[in-house]
Ligand binder design. Structure first.
Ligand SMILES: [Ca+2]
Ligand SMILES: [Ca+2]
Length: 248
């Protein structure tokens, strides 16, 4: 992988470099430009991807402060791919493109907390940030559809992002009900007690949350001070405890 910083002057916001993107012994001239929308202020423009004079316009994630990277998604095919990266608060979005010699193909968007890992086996490892913990998941390249399938688990162990910093315990302020199962209308398993120390063990992320931010409906497996476990949605306990190491 190599990286080129895409910011040059106040007006142009472009980067030009050469790379062989289709294994044909001919270096390809790659130019990525951010084009400002003069009718708007801020990051509302688009990218122009120009490879050997063949151009496409893409408005997804358009931001003047981008970086261009070349990664090889699959070492067993003839292509190397262009990733245009925009990072905000350590969370990165990548627009991914392939050049087949005649066309530039938009392969879609890959997102991750921190940097992605591209192993060259068709899989890209990414991380999702959940406010106080993260999980790993994969983008799997689909060569026939020329896009990515996202592979996530339904259930993850909750390891807090900064657990090496010895976070304070999570303490109940206002008692809340914990349920036997992670379904609507599950029966009550126990009710936490004020000043009780609890642990957050697992999260079930395969949820929909029609009226709110999806993460609010994620089910968490909680363990009380007696070692009894049950499920509760984030929105039903997050403001009733203190000590969750929220960040970002
Ligand atoms: Ca080439
Ligand atoms: Ca390849």
């Amino acid at each position: 992988m190599f990286v080129l910083t895409g910011v040059s002057s106040a007006q142009t916001y472009d980067t030009t470099f050469t790379a062989n993107l289709n294994n044909d012994d001919i270096l390809d001239r790659v130019k990525v430009s951010y084009i400002e929308d003069s009718t708007k202020r801020g990051a509302d423009g688009c990218y122009e991807i120009d490879i050997n004079g063949i151009k496409i316009i893409d408005s997804a994630n358009a931001d003047p402060y981008f970086e261009a990277e070349i990664h090889d998604i699959d070492k067993n095919d003839m292509f190397e791919e262009l990733f245009v990266k925009v990072g905000m608060n350590d969370y990165n979005n990548y627009n991914v493109y392939r050049f087949d010699g005649k066309r530039i193909i938009n392969l879609g968007i890959v997102s991750s907390l921190n940097e992605i890992n591209v192993f060259g086996n068709g899989k890209i490892e990414a991380m999702e940030w959940m406010g106080f913990w993260y999980y790993d998941y994969e983008y799997i390249f689909n060569p026939s559809a020329q896009n990515f399938d996202v592979k996530k688990n339904d259930l993850y162990d909750v390891k807090t992002y900064s657990e090496e910093f010895d976070n304070p315990p999570i303490i109940v302020e206002t008692p809340f009900v914990v349920y036997t199962d992670r379904v609507e209308n599950a029966s009550e398993k126990f009710k936490t007690k004020a000043d009780e120390k609890i642990k957050i063990l697992k999260a079930y992320i395969k949820v929909s949350c029609p009226d709110e931010y999806t993460n609010m409906c994620v089910w968490y497996l909680i363990e009380n001070s007696k070692g009894v476990q049950g499920w509760v949605k984030l929105k039903d306990f997050m403001e009733k405890v203190h000590g969750i190491p929220w960040a970002g």
